[in-house]
Design a binder for this molecule. Structure first.
Ligand SMILES: Cc1ncc(COP(=O)(O)O)c(C=O)c1O
Length: 381
């Protein structure tokens, strides 16, 4: 049977088309006024001082780590249970990602395990808000202070989530977001670093644009000739104005998206409550979750049992995805022979259920029913 209910579907339409059309008609399609306006809008929404738009969250993380002082010979503690870009961003700086365990219920970093993995080479902790659920930011800051480390937040999935009364983006010096289509806001691809530091913002802007000393907006509005210089070896990690124009429209949709996602998650929670073999995602005290991705956790299931449940659902026309990957078991990092049993169990025993704003209540009920049936049919139940 073909897929009737996809896992995710971005919200976009006429306002995005119109905004992109205006950029095309303006003739200024990269590093122009829309990029600046999108940076300002994101920083204001999230409660940060500065925004620096880049081509993806991976490139945002790379640059954030560079400005945090991470480089060859350093170690950065990261969760293995995260999309592999988290670890890769560390590797791109020449530093070594050191994998730590996650908590079995929230899938966020286990800070006791992080502390055990700190050495004299550790320079930073990369704190992921997995699936958009805020991790323990205060605990991470306290740990980082004790050991003299930088904290970079990987908030790829967490736009619109809050922690201790402040939106994600307002708590740390460097917080990175993704605008890939699986996230709440999409610009096709794209990313942003939010920072409380004017100095970091200035260097991030330079690093995304080949290390150039002058930005295009300053040069084009100057009445005297400006010659740029290239202050350090850097990258082309620019976001275009076409993407930024789309991002501005997407941000306007965010409050409605958050409300609908919360309602859909509550419906799943109610439908799956009290099932002896299915756990729903917990939301700790003091946080609000944007429900970027809703995962069900199958008690005692290994990857084969979970995959059988996924196949059963696919046969009923419902797409799902395996739980968050573990980087340490991928060929790119497997040579370290690392074992992380909590992360492995969490990854193998979970699956992503469909959730997107245009989904109907009936579709949520159908997906929950199909999951319960699949668990029973595959011998888990
Ligand atoms: C936790 C995390 N970090 C980083 C990324 C990379 O984001 P991007 O695709 O924008 O580079 C993702 C993407 O899924 C992610 O989930």
């Amino acid at each position: 049977m073909s897929v009737r209910i996809p896992v995710a579907r971005p919200e976009m339409g006429e306002p995005e088309w119109q905004a992109i059309r205006e950029v095309v008609e303006s003739g200024w399609v990269t590093q122009g006024p829309r990029v600046e306006a999108f940076e300002k809008a994101m920083a204001e929404y999230c409660g940060a001082e500065h925004g620096v738009a880049v081509s993806s969250c991976t490139t945002a993380l790379h640059l954030a780590l560079v400005v945090a002082g991470v480089g060859p010979g350093d170690e950065v503690v990261v969760p293995s249970m995260s999309f592999i870009a988290t670890a890769n961003a560390v590797a791109h700086t020449g530093a070594t990602p050191v994998f730590a365990e996650v908590e079995p219920d929230t899938f966020n970093l286990d800070l006791a395990d992080v502390e055990r993995r700190i050495t004299e080479r550790t320079r930073a902790v990369l704190l992921v808000h997995q699936l958009g659920l805020p991790a323990d930011i205060d605990g991470t800051h306290r740990l980082a202070e004790r050991h003299g480390l930088a904290v970079v937040e990987d908030a790829a999935c967490a736009v619109g989530s809050s922690y201790a009364g402040g939106r994600i983006g307002s708590h740390s010096e460097l917080v990175c977001f993704s605008f890939h289509p699986r996230k709440l806001l999409t610009t096709g691809d794209g990313g942003m670093v939010l920072t409380s530091s004017a100095e970091h913002a200035e260097r991030l802007r330079r690093l995304r644009q080949h290390g150039m000393s002058v930005n295009d907006r300053v040069r084009s509005s100057s009445t005297s000739v400006i010659r740029e210089s290239y202050l350090e070896v850097a990258w082309n990690y620019r976001l275009t104005d076409l993407q930024a124009a789309m991002g501005i429209e997407q941000l306007k949709r965010l409050p409605a998206m958050l409300e609908r996602r919360a309602a859909l998650a509550a419906r799943y929670d109610a439908a799956l409550a009290d099932h002896p073999l299915i756990d729903t995602p917990p939301v700790p005290e003091g946080v609000t979750w944007n429900v970027q991705t809703y995962t069900a956790r199958l008690r005692g299931a290994d990857a084969a049992a979970r995959d059988a449940v996924m196949q059963h659902m696919l046969d009923a026309g419902i797409a799902t995805r395996a739980g968050v990957m573990t980087a340490h078991r991928e060929p790119a990092y497997a040579d370290r022979g690392c074992s992380l049993p909590v992360s492995e169990r969490a990854s193998d025993g979970s699956l992503v259920l469909p959730l997107f704003p245009a989904m109907t209540d009936d579709q949520v009920d159908e997906c929950a029913r199909a999951l319960v049936e699949a668990v029973a049919a595959t011998g888990l139940g």
